[in-house]
Design a protein around this ligand. Structure first.
Ligand SMILES: Cc1cc2nc3c(=O)[nH]c(=O)nc-3n(C[C@H](O)[C@H](O)[C@H](O)COP(=O)(O)O)c2cc1C
Length: 197
């Protein structure tokens, strides 16, 4: 299987970077190949500009997406599955990753409308989301954050464009300076990579 991983964190010293390494190691050991969009390292611009906006709302549908958007779409199209690794910031994805969804999931490529129905087009039908968070998984469940992420990230942004089989793994309890859960999480991520299907 070929997996395209979208990684979003500004620092290689982060726990998220260790999660990315563990996932890549696990996938390789299982014989899977992968490609990587490291959004900060690439300097990915998350801002959807006016021409993209006009294209998206079908006022100027013939404007082609910018090259940096097309190259992301080529990587996604070549994949059987997607991986996402990012920290939970203000109960959501970091702004740069939100911009990746805004810009890369374009009208006509990721989805289109037939009458009132949204039709999904994206190639991969499987995704694994790995999300380190400061709060524990229990706290994020109790406060409704996991439900909100499921509704928005899993159902709308991924299943809504045809990625039907999505696992959301919250790696909770990762408060700065507290390594209580670190090794347990990294072992689990490595195993998820090795067992990925
Ligand atoms: C700007 C910012 C916002 C954050 N918001 C949340 C939050 O809403 N919920 C939460 O559980 N943790 C939050 N955290 C904590 C991070 O999720 C946690 O520090 C991170 O997952 C640890 O991994 P890292 O070393 O990869 O950054 C926030 C951290 C930052 C820097």
């Amino acid at each position: 299987m070929h997996v395209h991983i979208v990684f979003c964190h500004p620092s290689r010293r982060s726990f998220s970077a260790a999660v990315l390494d563990a996932l890549q190691r696990g996938l390789a050991e299982a014989g899977h190949t992968h490609s990587l969009s490291d959004l900060y390292a690439m300097g990915f611009d998350p801002l959807l500009g006016e021409s993209e906006y006009l294209r998206e709302i079908s006022l100027e549908p013939d404007t082609p997406p910018p090259p940096e958007v097309c190259s992301e779409q080529v990587l996604v199209d070549a994949a059987d599955a997607l991986g996402f690794v990012f920290p939970l910031w203000w109960s959501d994805v970091p702004a740069m990753l939100k911009g990746w969804f805004d810009r890369v999931l374009t009208n006509g490529w990721a989805y289109s409308y037939e009458g009132d129905d949204r039709v999904s087009h994206i190639q991969p039908d499987r995704a694994l989301i790995l999300c380190p968070a400061g709060h524990t998984r229990e706290h994020l469940d109790e406060t409704g954050v996991v439900d909100a992420m499921h509704r928005i990230l899993v159902e709308d942004r991924l299943q809504g464009v045809g990625v039907s089989d999505v696992d959301l793994e919250i790696l909770g309890g990762m408060m700065p300076g507290d390594d209580t859960y670190r090794e347990e999480h990294l072992r689990r991520v490595h195993e998820l990579g090795r067992r990925f299907r």
